[in-house]
Design a protein around this ligand. Structure first.
Ligand SMILES: *Cc1c(COP(=O)(O)O)cnc(C)c1O
Length: 373
């Protein structure tokens, strides 16, 4: 039996990445600036929507940090944050001495529940602590219910940061995820739909915000011939080498979305007859990049049985994200819950979803699952 490791989501180069990296070496732009950085930003702007302004950074986490700063989040402020996510969404709130307030998910997209969100805002305002921002995540590539969330954002004048780290290539009502909020963040970490080995970007609505992002990400230097600083800065800019990988990856982004969606269709088709396995369908006008295909089993026991059986066959599968309101590190934080994310965490599993999986890889995964159920 073929027991080669099948990974959850591994890097998939397009072919031209090394050409751009070679150019950086040939011209000696081995620095956190240069033609690849500008070119990669341009590629992202063209892809997302030519009206947005993108700043390439060293990580998606840093992008969230700089978005929070630009929205004026300070010590002891509160930020409303989707609970069902990866810790990188919430961590930057604490870098500023602010406090996350976690909001549970709804069942149709698994993302922040607009009803619970509004309830939380009303209650917090009553307490005299109006939250400073809403951090929405498009988890596993599935867009959140942006119309409902935007109505709430406008009604209470609380800006939105869109964590689109997992959702490059997803669309909501024909608009790309990442351009739907006051700020959008992207990640190019090794496991994402495209990767630069590590990296991120902040999507801004104005040229001023992009300039400010670059300024903050390069130690906040004033305009002066000497080194002068009137603000605290960060070292968050993307390097020109890494951006070269990004330029190569942007040439194949559409193909990558197609490949990930084809994985989803394969699994969906294979599990059609198993009624104790559920998959997440797209609501009308929601288009997911299907970064990871996820399944929902009927119990924690079934989920563990599947995960262990796959592991035994050298196939990587992982439980869904453990909600932030259940994380020991956030145990002191406030949370508005409804049981949805806890149930997803108990019963859900992420299946191998890389764009480089072969038909025989997919069949191997399906066969293990079918033999267990
Ligand atoms: C990957 C990820 C991030 C962080 O991005 P990095 O580039 O790894 O810092 C943030 N949010 C979510 C939901 C992610 O999946």
């Amino acid at each position: 039996m073929n027991k080669e490791r099948i990974w959850l989501s591994s890097p998939h180069m397009g072919g031209n990445e090394q050409k751009y990296v070679q150019e950086a070496f040939d011209t000696n732009w081995v620095a956190p600036l240069g033609p690849n950085v500008n070119g990669f930003e341009q590629d992202l702007e063209n892809y997302l929507n030519t009206k947005v302004h993108v700043a390439a950074l060293s990580a998606g986490t840093g992008a969230i940090h700089l978005a929070l700063i630009q929205l004026g989040v300070q010590q002891n402020d509160t930020v409303l944050c989707q609970s069902f996510t990866f810790a990188a969404t919430a961590n930057p709130i604490t870098y500023l001495g602010a406090k996350p307030i976690f909001i549970d998910s709804e069942e149709e997209t698994w993302n922040i529940d607009p009803v619970l969100l509004e309830k939380a805002i009303k209650y917090e305002i009553k307490l005299g602590e109006k939250p400073k921002a809403i951090l929405v995540v498009h988890l596993y590539g599935m867009p959140a219910k942006m119309d409902e969330i935007k109505v709430i954002s406008t009604k209470y004048s609380i800006p939105i940061i869109e964590d689109a780290a997992e959702a490059l290539g997803s669309t909501y009502k024909n608009q790309k995820c990442g351009i739907l909020g006051d700020f959008g963040i992207l990640s190019f970490n090794g496991n994402k739909i495209i990767t630069t080995s590590g990296g991120g970007a902040l999507v801004c609505n104005t040229k001023e915000a992009k300039d400010k992002t670059i300024y903050l990400s390069t130690q906040a230097r004033d305009q002066a011939p000497h080194y002068q600083h009137t603000e605290i800065g960060f070292n968050y800019r993307m390097s020109n080498i890494v951006a070269g990988i990004g330029r190569g990856q942007m040439e194949v982004i559409d193909l990558r979305v197609k490949q990930r969606r084809a994985n989803f269709e394969f699994y969906k088709n294979a599990f059609r007859t198993l009624d104790n396995l559920k998959i997440l369908e797209e609501p009308t006008e929601f288009y997911s990049n299907r970064w990871l295909t996820t399944i929902l089993t009927d119990s924690f026991q079934t989920r563990e049985k599947l995960r262990l059986a796959l592991d035994k066959e050298n196939i990587e599968a992982r439980p869904l994200w453990k909600p932030m309101h259940l994380q020991p590190v956030f145990s002191e934080c406030k949370a508005y819950t409804n049981g949805v994310s806890e149930e997803l965490f108990d019963k859900g599993l992420c299946l191998p979803s890389g764009s480089n999986l072969t038909q025989s890889d997919l069949k191997r995964v399906v066969n293990v699952i079918k033999s267990c159920i």
